[in-house]
Structures are given as C-alpha cells and as structure tokens.
Design a protein around this ligand. Structure first.
Ligand SMILES: [Zn+2]
Length: 119
C-alpha cells in the first residue's frame, strides 16, 4: 500500500486504498512542519471538531517508500464506509513531492483510535 496504485475514480472521488470504494471521508490533517533537518513541529487539524494541536507529542503518518524525509510532510487521514482507515501522505524529498499511502496509522508509537484520538 506504499505506492498509490490509484487515487480517484473518473469522477475525481478519492478511493479507499484498501477496498477501492469511493465512499471516503478525510477527518484529520497532519503536518510535520520543518526546514531541512530541523526539529519538527507536529501539527494536527481535526476537520470535524475544529481542534488544532501544535507541537504534538507524536509523528505524522509516514510513507514507508520514502521515509520521514528531511523536510516537511502532510498527511490526510480518513476512513471509508467499510471503516478502513488510510493516510495519504505527501513528503518533500529532494525538491519533489512524493505521494504515497501509509500502511498503518500510529501516533507516538501507538495505534490511533480516531474515535478517541491521543493528541
Ligand atoms: Zn475501504
């Protein structure tokens, strides 16, 4: 699941990377904000409740095909109607933006329960 085989259907609807269904929702945005090799400011925006966390305790989801990278990273976290969770990750690497999926959602070393988030 590290390489995005497909992202959308012909109607530009985001598809679940697990089951391919178009009934998806994106609920959180994670931003690892940093200049090259600088310490990260982990930012989380909850799109449902409107909460914003800065200098979070954990780490945004990582695309394993590129790793953490040396600069910033943005992850869109959501789920499909079948409750498959996903993170679509954009990582800045060598002047390029790499797009990929994170196979698991963890935060601060623990699995994320999106109904009771740890941040
Ligand atoms: Zn799914």
């Amino acid at each position: 699941m590290s390489e995005p085989e497909y992202l959308t259907d012909s109607d530009a609807r985001l598809l679940c990377p697990e089951c391919g269904r178009a009934s998806t929702r994106v609920d959180q945005v994670f931003v690892t904000a940093r200049e090259e090799d600088a310490p990260a400011n982990e930012i989380i925006v909850d799109a449902i409740g409107g909460d914003v966390v800065t200098h979070g305790r954990g780490q945004a989801p990582v695309d394993p095909s590129v790793g953490e990278g040396r600069r910033h990273r943005v992850a869109l976290v959501g789920r499909c109607e079948e409750q498959h969770r996903f993170a679509l990750v954009l990582t800045q690497v060598d002047g390029e933006t790499r797009l990929g999926w994170s196979p698991e959602l963890s935060y601060d070393g623990a699995e994320v329960d999106l109904d009771d988030p740890p941040w």
